[in-house]
Design a protein around this ligand. Structure first.
Ligand code: ADP
Ligand code: ASP
Ligand code: MG
Length: 455
């Protein structure tokens, strides 16, 4: 059971989590206790990112003031949840964690440099401290629990800030360090998002990675179900920040969930589904503020339902058009151009081709300048920024060809830059101007979802 930032935002939210776990244990006395994975308190990771930025900008004092602010916020939550000796022990640990963060910040300030490895040490503070608080709070409120250091369990490669798990080693560690806690009837509490290399250097799985941690631990421990507890009722038919009243999607397939997560449905980290698919473990999304709502169940088959499943959007992208400088696309042109993206470790999301040109969308613009100057050596390049992807997802796109026409028609006069239907025929992807996203999403949602529910 993974609880995201808003579900553990403060003492009150943590209190709700404790009741969810207690309710679960009471309802299923014959089951093993759940393994709990928690994120940092909401906005804490953003503040830690800011510390890194301030150090690089040479504003060390501001960075240290954020360290103090975060220390106070965690102390306040701990003091509201735990008391007596247990609180004294907890406050000492929290102080130790922030003292070591402060020492690191001072060290990084001396060079104004925060390497990717240092970034991961910095960012891991949020999950590290919060998981300690949650574990102590469980015990204080009568739910027997034990804190497990996620950095000792989740073994990753050395790709700092975007590390990948070493499944074999993590399975061994999870069996050695987490399973015995469950067997003893104590609820193990681990921080999500964080891990370490085999040598023990802290790493992170990338922003939003706690969902992925939960799925990795779930797969390593062969659990019955992976639950992602968050601040919405489940997977919705569209991002609620873009479309005012999306509907809950009660069931969907692993493949649909992957597409939605990849194309921007932030409720699930894009990699979450991988470990679940590998072990065929259902994933359920639930609302920690409304635990009685059934949420969304994600399984291999999903469930046949009429119409489409959901929309997603990914914003702030760049479209790169690459035109062969020869008349027609020369043999080897595609290989050469994709080699450039490979060399600069930059994935592309959508690709369309015409007779002489190829267009791709790029999410991470970090190495774009280098990519473009390399492409120029054999092609003409045109770049358009502030673009976005709007993605329509549904297994039924295969069996109901009219859905495609309805989607395109719904967009009316919204200018479309690229359109693609993946080989899976499970999604249609529109690339358009970022400024048109809200209108496009609402037009699609109004036509494809409101209408479907009304009929
Ligand atoms: P947590 O802190 O629990 O991990 P996140 O903020 O990462 O929560 O993810 C939940 C948020 O994802 C929701 O509050 C919502 O704004 C956003 N979201 C985007 N697309 C969707 C979608 N299709 N369904 C549900 N939520 C979505
Ligand atoms: N706390 C991390 C983040 O904000 C991981 C997560 O919330 O899943 O990115
Ligand atoms: Mg999240």
């Amino acid at each position: 059971m993974k609880f995201g930032g808003t579900s553990v935002a403060d003492a009150e939210a943590i209190g709700r989590v404790i009741e969810i776990i207690r309710g679960h244990i009471t309802r299923y006395p014959a089951h093993r206790v759940p393994v709990v994975v928690v994120s940092a308190m909401s906005k804490v990771t953003d503040r830690l990112v800011e510390i890194g930025r301030l150090i690089q900008d040479g504003d060390g004092n501001k960075a240290l003031s954020i360290v103090a602010e975060l220390h106070a916020r965690h102390e306040a939550a701990a003091s509201a949840l735990v008391s007596g000796d247990a609180l004294r022990v907890l406050l000492t640990q929290i102080t130790d964690d922030f003292t070591s963060l402060r020492a690191n910040v001072e060290r990084w300030m001396s060079t104004s440099e925060v390497t990717p490895a240092a970034t991961d040490t910095l960012l891991s503070t949020g999950e590290l401290v919060n998981s300690r608080i949650v574990a102590a709070a469980f015990t204080a409120r009568g739910v027997r629990s034990a804190w497990v250091d996620a950095r000792r369990v989740l073994v990753t490669d050395r790709e700092f800030t975007a590390a990948a798990p070493d499944t074999e080693r993590t399975t061994e560690r999870a069996r050695a360090l987490v399973a015995p806690v469950v067997d003893a009837g104590d609820v193990p509490v681990l921080g999500g998002f964080i891990g370490a290399t085999v040598d023990g250097e802290p790493t992170t799985l990338g922003r939003g990675g706690s969902d992925y941690s939960a799925a990795i631990f779930g797969a390593c421990l062969d659990v019955d179900e992976i639950q992602i507890w968050t601040d919405v009722d489940g997977m919705l038919t569209a991002d609620p920040r873009v479309v005012a009243e999306p509907y809950l999607v009660p069931q969907l397939s692993f493949a649909e969930a992957s597409e939605l997560a990849y194309f921007g449905a932030k409720v699930l980290h894009p990699s979450t589904i991988l470990p679940a698919v590998a072990k065929n473990i259902p994933v359920r999304i639930l609302n920690s503020r409304r635990p009685e709502v059934k949420g969304t169940m994600i399984t291999a088959d999903g469930r046949p339902h009429a119409g489409l499943t959901a929309l997603a959007c990914k914003r702030g992208l760049t479209v790169v058009d690459i035109t062969s400088t020869r008349m027609l696309m020369a043999h080897g042109f595609l290989r050469r151009l994709f080699e450039v993206f490979e060399r600069f470790k930059t994935p592309v999301d959508v690709v369309t081709t015409s007779e002489v040109s190829v267009s791709v969308t790029v999410d991470n613009p970090k190495r774009l300048d280098e990519i473009i100057s390399n492409l120029w050596t054999f092609a003409d390049v045109n770049v358009e920024r502030e673009m976005a992807i709007v993605c329509v997802v549904g297994e039924n796109l295969r069996s109901e060809p009219r859905l495609f026409a309805r989607a395109v028609t719904a967009l009316g006069d919204v200018p479309l830059r690229l359109v693609s239907q993946a080989a899976s025929r499970r999604n249609i992807t529109f690339v358009l101007r970022d400024a048109d996203v809200t209108r496009a999403m609402n037009l699609l949602h109004g036509e494809l979802f409101t209408a479907a529910v009304a009929s």
